[in-house]
Design a protein around this ligand. Structure first.
Ligand SMILES: *Cc1c(COP(=O)(O)O)cnc(C)c1O
Length: 393
């Protein structure tokens, strides 16, 4: 007989909390010389190190231009602005709310599109159905680092003469049909915030093969001033500090190693959990690689014996942090309900969003922690009847 899970009064699997994620950072000694160069030069924003970071990213991705900005969100806002997008933009609802915020900061209307049951990414069939006379752009998201259906979305965008943008916040290290994500559509915007694979403290990187757009984005991140003090574009101050670029470059150097480790950990989670009834995982299409920004399980409450919320509570009693990424879906959030008229079904989004749970994953997480998290889940599953009967809920 196994020990009782902590939610029934047993002792927790972990004495100290296992966090859901944390950044993998270099030591101060590795960066100090470069930081001193910046401080003594007096050039503390968008200078030598930022340019170097941009070059390294464009080389890594194999894209013509990388334009550093101060967040993925501002990158998305400026892409839409620089492209002059008008009217309605098709976006997934199963995403982080910043995808929608970028649309609204441009005064555009978000039209929510359902996701695919297997990949959790925006469903190209649903995209095509949702196109109307006011549609002018599509934003795809590489959710949890799983590349979305880039080729299908490109076909649709070309056929209907729409702009195509990617929210690649999770995309550093992702590969689509063998190539690094970042060179598709009109532009892609990556995040460098602390929970992502590469961090610059805060920051973003916009990538594009469009020379004209790259030029506009560099103006746009500088308030819209191209150097004449005579603005032609409504920009932002979205510049990246030099010290952030130093940190970003250092993280980029470790990216491949970290993505591989995360993929190994994700495989380990899957192997350990595959025998447990009612758990399934995001599908990564053959030939693609996820960055494994997050590792998420989908819980079928009937088969598993309890729902996502109870599992999350039971894991927290074991000192294991989890997150309900992304719940509620964007169209059900207070700011966005008014943009959803119910015309496009979001049934898959609603189902997935209500049943997913992200488990701890970061680039220096150890194998044995993954194993113990899985044992905790198994233990909780074995006591599912007792937990349901215990009237804790
Ligand atoms: C983190 C995230 C963003 C926002 O990135 P910032 O750099 O914090 O602006 C946008 N979209 C998705 C899907 C994200 O996860």
């Amino acid at each position: 007989m196994k020990d009782e899970p902590a939610i029934l009064g047993g002792s927790p699997v972990f004495d100290d909390t296992v966090v859901i994620t944390k950044p993998t950072l270099p030591g101060a000694d590795e960066l100090i010389e470069q930081i001193e160069t910046v401080l003594s030069s007096g050039m503390i924003t968008t200078s030598k190190f930022v340019r170097n970071f941009e070059e390294k990213v464009s080389e890594y991705i194999d894209v013509k231009h990388a334009v550093a900005v101060n967040s993925c969100t501002s990158g998305l806002i400026l892409i839409l602005k620089a492209l002059g997008v008008e009217g309605e933009v098709l976006i997934p609802s199963f995403t982080f709310y910043a995808t929608a915020h970028a649309v609204r900061w441009n005064g555009l209307k978000p039209v929510f599109v359902d996701c695919d049951r297997g990949t959790y990414n925006i469903d190209p069939e649903e995209v095509e159905k949702a196109i109307g006379p006011k549609t002018s752009a599509i934003i795809g998201v590489h959710l949890f680092g799983n590349p979305c259906a880039i080729d299908r979305l490109e076909q649709i965008a070309t056929k209907h003469n729409l702009r195509l943008i990617f929210d690649s916040a999770h995309g550093f290290g992702s590969r689509f049909h063998g190539s690094s994500v970042g060179g598709s559509g009109d532009a892609e915007s990556f995040s460098l915030s602390p929970t992502k694979l590469i961090t610059a403290g805060e920051g973003g990187m916009v990538t594009t093969n469009d020379d004209e757009l790259a030029k506009k984005l560099k103006i746009a991140r500088n308030y819209g001033d191209g150097g004449t003090y005579d603005c032609e574009l409504l920009g932002l101050n979205a510049r990246m500090p030099e010290i952030s670029a130093i940190l970003g470059i250092s993280c980029l150097e470790k990216l491949e190693e970290n993505v591989k480790h995360r993929n190994r950990l994700a495989e380990r989670y899957k192997q350990n959990l595959s025998g447990i009834a009612g758990l399934s995982f995001q599908e990564i299409e053959n030939g693609n690689r996820s960055s494994c920004k997050d590792f998420t399980v989908l819980i079928n409450a009937d088969e598993f014996g309890m729902d996502r919320d109870i599992l999350s509570e039971a894991l927290s009693k074991e000192n294991i942090s989890t997150r309900k990424y992304f719940y509620p879906p964007v169209h059900q959030q207070k700011l966005y309900t008014k943009y959803y008229d119910g015309r496009n079904s979001l049934a898959v989004t609603e189902e997935i969003s209500s049943n997913v749970l992200s488990l701890p994953l970061y680039s220096h997480l150890e194998d044995n922690i993954v194993d113990r998290v899985c044992e905790a889940i198994e233990g909780i599953h074995e006591f599912s009847e007792e937990i349901s009967d215990s009237k804790v809920f």
